[in-house]
Design a protein around this ligand. Structure first.
Ligand code: GRF
Length: 200
């Protein structure tokens, strides 16, 4: 069975959806590690509630991003992680993570990329009067929300209530992320670098 890690910085509702899908067999993988850059975040409690190991760290206590990413890579290696799923992890990955796990890292973003990259996608879309919203799952590279797209799902909304868009977005995200991860770990979805069956 493939082993996945989830990186998150805050609430962790996508982590909750992923770990629950794994527990129920809707994703053919085990969630073996959570990585969180804010030790007080709700996702840390959620990981504990599901009995998933959590590496919660404070970036400022490391000399550099490369330093804490080396620690993350060591923990991913130790946990035997096959696929890294970013889910509300509010940091750009550096060359350290990409060199070690590039081609095995996916992200979920709350817009129909390439529209509305960055941290305020929903607010920006609402401010533009967008009528069709959606979520995107994509491979992670050194660019901001710019890697190759794996899956997208849209919904229509004609209004200006940001919280309502967030609610609907989360419903779409939870379903789409679980379905996409399941396809990836089963090899039903093309991997960026054909790395799924690499020898360890
Ligand atoms: C999601 O909307 C995701 O698309 C974005 O950050 C949000 C995380 O939400 N990258 P949660 O922490 O999973 O509830």
């Amino acid at each position: 069975m493939k082993r996945i890690a989830v990186f998150a910085s805050g609430e962790g509702s996508n982590f909750e959806a992923i770990v629950t899908a794994c527990e129920q067999g809707a994703i053919a993988a085990r969630t073996v590690l959570v990585v969180c850059d804010r030790p007080g975040a709700r996702v840390v409690e959620r990981a504990a509630a599901h009995g998933v190991e959590c590496f919660a760290f404070t970036p400022k206590s490391y000399a550099s991003k490369a330093d804490y990413e080396r620690e993350i890579v060591a923990r991913l290696d130790a946990a035997g992680v096959d696929l890294v799923c970013l889910a509300g992890y509010m940091r750009i990955l550096s060359e350290v993570m990409l060199a070690a796990y590039g081609g095995r890292i996916v992200n979920i973003h709350p817009s129909l990329l390439p529209a509305f990259k960055g941290a305020h996608a929903i607010e920006q879309a609402v401010a533009c009067g967008v009528k069709v919203y959606g979520a995107t799952i994509h491979w992670v590279d050194a660019s901001l929300d710019g890697g190759r797209i794996i899956a997208q799902r849209a919904f229509e909304y004609d209004g200006d209530d940001v919280e309502e868009v967030e609610r609907r977005m989360h419903r779409i995200e939870h379903a789409l992320y679980a379905e996409t991860i399941d396809k990836l770990v089963k090899g039903q979805e093309k991997w960026e670098t054909g790395i799924l069956n690499r020898k360890k």
